[in-house]
Design a protein around this ligand. Structure first.
Ligand code: ADP
Ligand code: MG
Length: 247
């Protein structure tokens, strides 16, 4: 699926929180079109910060990040347009609680992309069908289960026709019986060729669809491997030790 054009390109990214704590240390990573990159590593290693930098939710101190050629770190870059291009799904779904599911899927399409209400609604309906939630279109987020809300969050990001999708532990706040319904949607997306960066501890997902696994520790990208090499033959002691705790 992957061709050679990079969708996301990070070069020597450094970031500090305050004067004394460097959260990202010289991180470089290129994600090609159609590639699925899984990011893992211990809690506090900088995974969330790294992917938030990709869509401009966190500024970097130096280094460069481009998304399909747009410089994320350029202050002139319009962040709403960038965030339409790179959809993001968080651990806690962050749907708009006072809007129906359909309205959640339409607002960005209308406000950011300038689609007509009819066009936005048609797109919303098609996406809700795809994630198996057509029957819930008129409900409010609070009336849905966690797994259903997370599928809505994925559909909402997809409604913007993104070039890439970022996921930050999308299943870790869910009850176990709901994890698979969300992973199934993500697997289908990966198999359809979506470019994805996914922070997750779901190593079954990683083994199934990841083209590459990135292992982070203490703000560094310590190791990048393909799924076979990384799981069966990690290069570093740090990765070995992490895997022994989670597998
Ligand atoms: P991960 O997602 O791998 O758990 P994070 O990127 O959330 O890691 O956090 C990396 C480190 O940065 C942690 O030590 C965390 O406490 C710290 N951190 C995260 N966000 C902030 C912030 N806004 N201000 C200061 N420190 C932060
Ligand atoms: Mg995190």
């Amino acid at each position: 699926m992957a061709d050679n054009r990079p969708v996301i390109e990070m070069q020597s990214v450094n970031k500090w929180y305050g004067p004394n704590f460097q959260v990202l240390k010289d991180c470089s990573l290129t994600v090609k079109r159609g590639e699925v990159v899984v990011i893992c590593g211990p809690s506090g290693s900088g995974k969330s910060t790294l992917i938030k930098c990709v869509n401009g939710l966190e500024p970097v101190d130096n280094g460069s990040i481009t998304v399909t050629g747009t410089d994320v770190t350029d202050r002139k870059t319009r962040l709403p347009a960038l965030r339409a291009k790179v959809g993001m799904v968080f651990q806690h779904f962050e749907l708009f609680p006072h809007m129906t599911i359909t309205e959640n899927l339409c607002i960005g399409q209308e406000k950011v992309l300038g689609r007509s209400p009819a066009e936005a609604k048609a797109k919303a309906a098609a996406l809700l069908e795809r994630v198996g939630l057509s029957a819930h279109a008129g409900k409010y987020p609070g009336q849905l289960s966690g797994g259903q809300q997370q599928r809505v969050a994925i559909a909402r990001a997809l409604a913007m026709d993104p070039q890439a999708m970022l996921f930050d532990e999308p299943t870790s706040a869910l009850d176990p019986e709901m994890i698979n319904e969300v992973l199934d949607v993500m697997v289908a997306l990966a198999q359809e060729g979506m470019t994805m960066m996914v922070v997750t501890h779901e190593m079954g997902f990683a083994r199934k669809v990841a083209d590459r696994i990135v292992f982070m520790d203490q703000g560094e990208i310590v190791e990048i491997g393909d799924r076979g090499t990384f799981f069966d033959n990690p290069k570093t002691e740090r990765a070995r030790s992490f895997l022994s705790k989670i597998l």
